[in-house]
Ligand binder design. Structure first.
Ligand code: NAD
Length: 500
C-alpha cells in the first residue's frame, strides 16, 4: 500500500532529452512538486546522449512545464533540483560518472540512498541499462531502488522473457514498475470503485444480467512520427497486449479480499488465465484487423497508412483491431467482451459500455422504439465520467417509455484538471505502490494470448488492406463481428456526456 510520507529520492531519467520526458515526465514532476508530493528532499538527474549542461536541462524543463501547464510558479526553485549528465548507455565509463554524481546528490539532498531509475528510452536499451546499473554499482544503495520501465515490454512472449531475465538480474520483481499509463487514468482506476463500492452494480456484474461489454479506444491521429516503431508493432501489440487487456482484467476480476497490490494483481492474473485462447483457424472468427486508407479528418484530406513517412508501401501492419474475448469462468461464461482500437478513426475516445440483458418482457407501448437496454457507460478519455442509461415514463397520458440518462462527469465535479496519468504513476512509484503497474505474470499471460493471433496474421498477408477509410470507425468486418452475435457497436459519439 501507498506510504503517506513524502519520500526522499533521487530520480534518474534515462532519455531526458526525449519526447516522453518533455511532454509527460517534467510537467508531472512539477505538478507533484507544487502539491507538496515531492517534498524538498529530491533530486533529478537527466541523462541522454546530447552534451547538455545542467543549465540547458533546467531551461528545457522550464520550457516543458510552461508549454504544458501555461504557468510556472516556483519554477526556479523546482528546476534547481535538476542535474544533467551526458551518457552513452553502452559505456561503463558513463555509468561510473553517473554514480559519482548520484552519490554526491544523495549526500547533498539527504536522499538516504533512495533511487528511482526511469527508462524513458527506446526498448532495445532497457536490458543493457538494467545490467549496467548493477555491474557499475548504481543500484547498490542502502535505500530503496526502483526501476520504471516504459512500454513496450518486449515484442512477443519470448523477447519479453529475455528482457525480464535481464532486468531481474539487477532488480527484484517488487522493484520493477512496468508502466501501462492507462492504469494511471482516473476513470480506469475508477472501474474498481464503481464495481466494488456500489451495492447497485456488483450483484448484477455477471452473465445473468450482462449481455456484452464493449471497449473502444479510438484515435483520430495517424501514425505520425512513430512509423519505424509502429511498423514492427501494429495495433495488436501496441494497444491490445497492454492497455485493452488491462481494462478487460479490471472489468472482469473478482473482488479482491483487500486492496493490496498482491491481492489485486492476483485477481487480474486469474482473469488472464481464464481468457479463452484464440488460435489457428479461430482467429478469423474472433479477431478483425484493419489498416487505414486515405480519407478526410476535420474536412482535410489525410493519406493512407501505406503512404505515410517511413511506412512500407506494401505494409501489412494493422492500424486497427477488433476482437471478441471470452472469459471462461463461472461469472463470465457466455458474455462476449468486444474490444476495438485503431488510428485515424472518426473520433478520439476511450469508452467502456456495459450492456445489460433485456428484461423478460416489454409491458410498455412505445410508438417508435423497443425498450432500450440499460447501459452503463464509463468514459475514460477525453471525457471522464459515467452515464447510466435507463427507461422512464414519458410525460403525458400514455404509459409510454423514454430513455433517460444519469450522468456523472468527473471533470466537472472535481475541477478541470484531473491529474495526468503519469503524475499518478510517478507518485505511486515514489511511495512504493506498484498496484497500478503491470506484474510480470500479467505481461507474460497477455503476450501469450496476443502471440497466437499475431502468428496467424504474420503468416497470412491481408490482401484487402487498406480496408477502412480514414475518419471512419474501422472496417465493415468489425461491425459484422458483433452482428453475428445479434449485437452492434454502440456509436461512441452518441454516448458522449455532452450529447446526453
Ligand atoms: P525519444 O526518441 O523522443 O527519446 C529517446 C531518448 O533516448 C533521447 O533522450 C535520446 O537522447 C536518448 N538516447 C537514445 N540513444 C541513446 C544512447 N545510445 N545513449 C544515451 N541516450 C540515448 O523517445 P520517447 O518518445 O521519449 O520514448 C521513450 C520511451 O517511452 C519509449 O520506450 C517509448 O515507447 C515510450 N513511450 C513514449 C511515449 C511518448 O508519448 N513519447 C508514450 C508511451 C511510451
Amino acid at each position: 500500500m501507498k506510504s503517506k510520507e513524502t519520500p526522499s529520492s533521487l530520480i534518474m531519467i534515462f532519455g531526458a532529452t526525449g519526447d516522453l520526458a518533455k511532454r509527460k515526465l517534467f510537467p508531472s514532476l512539477y505538478h507533484l512538486y507544487r502539491k507538496g508530493r515531492l517534498g524538498n528532499n529530491f533530486a533529478v538527474i537527466g541523462t541522454a546522449r546530447r552534451p547538455w549542461t545542467h543549465e540547458e536541462l533546467k531551461e528545457n524543463v522550464k520550457d516543458s512545464v510552461l508549454t504544458s501547464i501555461g504557468k510556472s510558479e516556483n519554477i526556479d526553485e523546482f528546476v534547481s533540483h535538476f542535474y544533467y549528465q551526458a551518457h552513452d548507455v553502452k559505456n561503463t565509463e558513463s555509468y561510473i560518472e553517473l554514480k559519482k554524481l548520484a552519490d554526491k546528490l544523495d549526500e547533498q539532498y539527504s536522499l538516504n540512498g533512495n533511487r528511482i531509475f526511469y527508462l524513458a528510452m527506446a526498448p532495445e536499451f532497457f536490458g543493457t541499462i538494467a545490467e549496467h546499473l548493477k555491474t557499475d554499482g548504481l543500484n547498490d544503495t542502502k535505500g530503496f531502488k526502483r526501476l520504471v520501465i516504459e512500454k513496450p515490454f518486449g515484442h512477443d512472449l519470448e523477447s519479453a522473457k529475455t528482457l525480464n531475465a535481464q532486468i531481474r538480474k539487477a532488480f527484484n520483481e517488487e522493484e520493477i514498475y512496468r508502466i501501462d499509463h492507462y492504469l494511471g487514468k482516473a476513470m480506469v482506476q475508477n472501474i474498481e470503485v464503481i464495481r466494488f463500492a456500489n451495492a447497485l452494480f456488483e450483484p448484477l456484474w455477471n452473465n445473468r444480467y450482462i449481455s456484452n461489454i464493449q471497449i473502444t479506444s479510438s484515435e483520430v491521429l495517424g501514425v505520425e512520427e512513430r512509423a519505424r516503431y509502429y511498423e514492427t508493432s501494429g495495433a495488436l501489440r501496441d494497444m491490445v497486449q497492454n492497455h485493452m487487456l488491462q481494462m478487460v482484467a479490471l472489468l472482469a476480476m473478482e473482488p479482491p479480499i483487500k486492496l493490496s497490490t498482491d491481492e489485486i494483481r492476483s485477481e487480474k492474473v486469474r482473469v488472464f488465465r481464464a481468457l479463452r485462447p484464440i488460435e489457428g483457424d479461430h482467429v478469423k472468427e474472433y479477431f478483425v484487423r484493419g489498416q487505414y486508407g486515405s480519407g478526410q479528418i476535420d474536412g482535410k484530406d489525410v493519406p493512407a497508412y501505406r503512404n505515410e513517412l517511413n511506412v512500407d508501401p506494401a505494409s501489412n501492419t494493422e492500424t486497427f483491431v477488433a476482437g471478441k474475448l471470452m472469459i471462461d469462468n463461472f461469472r463470465w461464461a457466455g458474455v462476449p467482451f468486444y474490444i476495438r482500437t485503431g488510428k485515424r478513426m472518426e473520433t478520439k475516445s476511450t469508452k467502456i459500455v456495459i450492456q445489460f440483458k433485456d428484461i423478460p418482457m416489454n409491458l410498455y407501448y412505445n410508438t417508435d422504439h423497443q425498450l432500450a437496454p440499460n447501459l452503463l457507460v464509463i468514459h475514460i478519455q477525453p471525457e471522464e465520467g459515467i452515464t447510466l442509461h435507463l427507461n422512464a415514463k414519458k410525460s403525458g397520458q400514455h404509459m409510454e417509455t423514454t430513455p433517460v440518462k444519469l450522468n456523472f462527469s468527473n471533470t466537472s465535479t472535481h475541477g478541470i484538471n484531473t491529474p495526468e496519468a503519469y503524475e499518478k504513476l510517478l507518485d505511486d512509484c515514489l511511495r512504493g505502490d506498484a498496484t497500478n503497474f503491470a506484474h510480470w505474470d500479467e505481461v507474460a499471460l497477455s503476450w501469450n494470448f496476443v502471440d497466437k493471433i499475431s502468428e496467424v496474421w504474420e503468416n497470412k498477408t491481408q490482401t484487402e488492406f487498406p480496408n477502412y477509410a480514414s475518419g471512419t470507425m474501422g472496417p465493415k468486418a468489425s461491425d459484422q463481428l458483433l452482428e453475428k452475435d445479434g449485437f452492434f457497436w454502440w456509436p461512441v459519439t452518441d454516448l458522449d456526456i455532452d450529447n446526453c
